[in-house]
Design a binder for this molecule. Structure first.
Ligand code: NVA
Length: 358
């Protein structure tokens, strides 16, 4: 493990941010409404997928989303953070493997595809066919980080062929005999990076509709003994990505979504738990991939300053009361792509050292 002088270095969610990737919605495609998408889609979103599945996102949505991403990039640059952007690949081109055909999705959410453990970037295998080649939008950046001394670990990709998705999975009955079920099986390694969240030497991960036991075990074996990977489970019946459930904000301080976190794992007993206020509701309900809890999908600049969506006033007030310095930005038009500021970014370099906070 190198020190913080490496081109790649990030150990937690709150050390002072120095370099970040901000996603792009250029060429973004709406996925087909297949079983993988159906598993995590709010009911009100189904007509949108039925109308646009396999087609580009409407132009107006792309324009507004782009404006907000560019705005985020400017705010970060003005704060002295080096901002990098992906090179979107042609997501509309149909591709084929020996077993299936698909089109791509987008390069909007670098957080889903990569995670940084110290000086190592881990490239996730992903679990949606639409995301099979998404990593290539970041290939020039990854080559650069590698050339500058970063380590780059690529997880084996599933064939995503027959047997990878559980065709008997019923999203209306996600819990069977008291046990949570998922749309992906264990027949191959699968994880999205956004199911992991880092607190130094301790990293938390949930099993989800895109992350299976084998995927978690792959990460555990490859990051080595310096890191402890804790598997945690919350009350989200359709989990996909942990960063609207728990958000560590500083050493000993964690923001939680009270709807899905009835009880935190006991390792957090000595931490201060900040219970997020109810999210403000999106006027047009255009949350096609996610819950209203995008509210807490924030990005920390350091232990005090946090980028928050500007309409989330109850959260802004609560953070201020807790001693943080929220930086509100407009980001509501990005929500329909399935994330907020945390999803849309990937911290490549933060100051600091690898510590234990428990
Ligand atoms: N699936 C979660 C995370 C989205 C970023 C949600 O709907 O809140």
């Amino acid at each position: 493990m190198k020190n913080s002088l490496s081109s790649v270095w990030s150990c937690n969610e709150w050390d002072p941010l120095e370099e970040v990737i901000v996603g792009s919605v250029e060429g973004a495609m709406v996925p087909e409404f297949d079983e993988a998408v159906r598993a995590i889609t709010p009911d009100h979103a189904e007509p949108f997928f039925r109308e646009y599945g396999g087609k580009p996102f409407p132009e107006e949505m792309i324009e507004k989303g782009t404006q907000e991403l560019d705005g985020l990039a400017k705010v970060l640059t003005d704060l002295g953070v080096k901002v990098r952007r992906p090179d979107p690949i042609p997501f509309s081109v149909e591709y084929q493997t020996p077993w299936w055909k698909s089109r791509g999705l987008y390069a909007a959410m670098p957080r889903d595809v990569f995670m940084v453990f110290g000086d190592t970037i881990i490239e996730a295998p992903m679990a949606w066919r639409t995301r099979y080649f998404e990593h290539l939008a970041y290939r020039p950046l990854m080559n650069e980080y590698f050339e500058k001394g970063g380590r780059w670990l690529v997880a084996p990709k599933s064939a995503m062929a027959e047997g990878f998705y559980d065709v008997s999975y019923n999203p209306d009955e996600p819990i069977v005999n008291g046990e949570k079920r998922f749309v992906i099986t264990e027949n191959d390694i699968a994880f999205d990076a956004a199911d992991f969240i880092r607190c130094g030497k301790d990293v938390f991960v949930q099993k989800s509709n895109v992350t299976n036991e084998k995927g978690i075990e792959w990460v555990r074996r490859h990051v080595g003994p310096e890191f402890t990977i804790h598997e945690v489970e919350f009350d989200d019946a359709h989990p996909m990505h942990i960063d609207t459930t728990i958000v560590p904000l500083a050493p000993g301080k964690i923001l939680v979504n009270p709807e899905w976190v009835k009880k935190l794992p006991s390792i957090f007993d000595s931490w201060e738990v900040l219970v997020a206020p109810p999210p403000t509701k999106s006027e047009d309900k255009a949350l096609y991939f996610s819950s209203d809890w995008l509210t807490i999908n924030t990005l920390s600049i350091d232990e005090k300053r946090i980028i928050v969506e500007e309409q989330e006033q109850p959260l802004i007030d609560a953070l201020t009361k807790w001693g943080f310095e929220p930086i509100p930005i407009p980001f509501r038009n990005f929500y329909p792509f399935g994330g907020s500021v945390h999803c849309a970014t990937l911290d490549i370099r933060r100051k600091g050292t690898l510590e234990s906070y428990f």
